[in-house]
Design a protein around this ligand. Structure first.
Ligand code: FMN
Length: 152
């Protein structure tokens, strides 16, 4: 296989731009920028998110069985950078009714309850049921619009 071709082709998969909110063991809010989300079932409403095996977010999800996904809107790409920098104080956030952090000015959010994990690979697939959702404003931002790739 030509690895350059593989990378180029895989980078054509369209991805969104999300902020994943979880709770640390000490109760602190935690935010992560991520992109590997997809819906996998209508009834029940299921999604899969692939989390890096050594991420704090995956550890939080495994422990609490819960995470929230906020959809970044167009024009708010700088929030992705703040989250990647760990500058959470620069990100305006609020809480879902169950207490998970979500963007105040996002394009909407879902709250997910972990059902299962698939463990091969350097990212672990978390299969989760969508248990709550909140509205937002604006069009969702696509990863391509940020000029970033996370594939290949
Ligand atoms: C463009 C881009 C997309 C990313 N997508 C994901 C993703 O889908 N899943 C993931 O686990 N990490 C993803 N990351 C990496 C995490 O943001 C990064 O590993 C983070 O430091 C993990 O955070 P945590 O350990 O605080 O949970 C992405 C990073 C970038 C720059």
């Amino acid at each position: 296989m030509d690895k350059k071709v593989k990378k180029k082709v895989l980078q054509q998969v369209p991805y969104g731009a999300y902020i994943v909110g979880t709770r640390m063991e000490d109760g602190e809010d935690h935010l992560m920028f991520g992109t590997w989300l997809m819906q996998t079932s209508f009834k029940p409403t299921l999604v899969a998110f692939a989390f890096k095996d050594d991420s704090r977010t995956l550890a939080n999800v495994r422990r609490s069985k819960a995470f929230a996904v906020s959809f970044l809107p167009e024009g708010m790409g700088e929030l992705a950078e703040h989250v990647l920098d760990g500058s959470f104080e620069k990100v305006k956030a609020e809480r879902t009714p169950s207490g998970l952090p979500v963007l105040s000015d996002g394009a909407g959010w879902i709250e997910c309850r972990m059902l299962d994990t698939l463990d091969p690979g350097d990212h672990r697939i978390v299969l989760a049921e969508v248990v709550d959702a909140g509205p937002g404003k604006g069009k969702p931002l696509l990863l391509d619009a940020l000029g970033w790739h996370y594939a290949g």
